[in-house]
Design a protein around this ligand. Structure first.
Ligand code: GDP
Length: 194
């Protein structure tokens, strides 16, 4: 799969606007500022396909991209901004959970987590929800370049334990150095091809 053959399709603001489910799709989720945009840009080899550091209060859309005319990449709005008004949070939840629950062509949710920190409650809630709904997901621990190799291993093991997964079930990543990009690419291609 050629991840650099990428094209923006549309921003989706309600479930009615979802594109025809013609391809398998992979969604990318994570707390705001976790490095989701940087990860996607690195994956598709573009500097600025996805704008980095989007701010709270902005309209939140599911951003659809086609990849290699074979899959959709779906950039979900970041979560975890305490300052987002309650009303906006609940419309976010409605859109995202409705999407995750009902989209039959969704083959994997990439859950992006900051390798430097302990698992946050919202990440745990998302993973619990995905497990409960039997949705395949792939944790990616990012910003690995900010830590020594030793600390990377130690923190990754702590996150594995918190998520009750084995190391073969996640990817260590750095958008800055490209560490883990090939690993991520081949896993995502597997989800699409199988
Ligand atoms: P988003 O809000 O989840 O889309 O996060 P961004 O991609 O905008 O990243 C937030 C900040 O973290 C930006 O300043 C990025 O440059 C930085 N960042 C993202 N990924 C990495 C990484 O792998 N390594 C380092 N050192 N910084 C990163």
């Amino acid at each position: 799969m050629d991840f650099s053959r990428v094209e923006f399709i549309k921003g989706v603001y309600s479930l009615k606007e979802l594109p025809e489910p013609i391809w398998p799709e992979i969604a990318f989720a994570g707390r705001s500022n976790v490095g989701k945009s940087s990860l996607i840009n690195r994956l598709v080899r573009r500097r600025n396909l996805v704008k980095t550091s989007s701010r709270p209060g902005k309209t939140q859309a599911l951003n659809y991209f086609s990849v290699d005319e074979r899959m959709y990449l779906v950039d979900l709005p970041g979560y975890g901004f305490a300052r987002v008004p309650k009303q906006m949070r609940s419309s976010w939840e409605h859109l995202i959970t409705g999407y995750l629950e009902r989209r039959e062509t969704l083959v994997c949710v990439v859950v992006i987590i900051d390798l430097r920190h302990e698992l946050k409650s919202q990440d745990r809630e998302l993973v619990d929800w995905l497990r409960h709904h039997q949705k395949p997901f792939l944790p990616v621990y990012t910003k690995a370049d900010k830590l020594s190799k030793n600390k990377q291993m130690k923190n990754a093991a702590a996150l594995d334990a918190a998520l009750t997964i084995t190391p073969d079930k996640r990817v260590l990543f750095s958008a800055r150095t490209g560490q883990g990009r090939e690993d991520l690419e081949s896993r995502l291609a597997n989800y699409v091809e199988n």
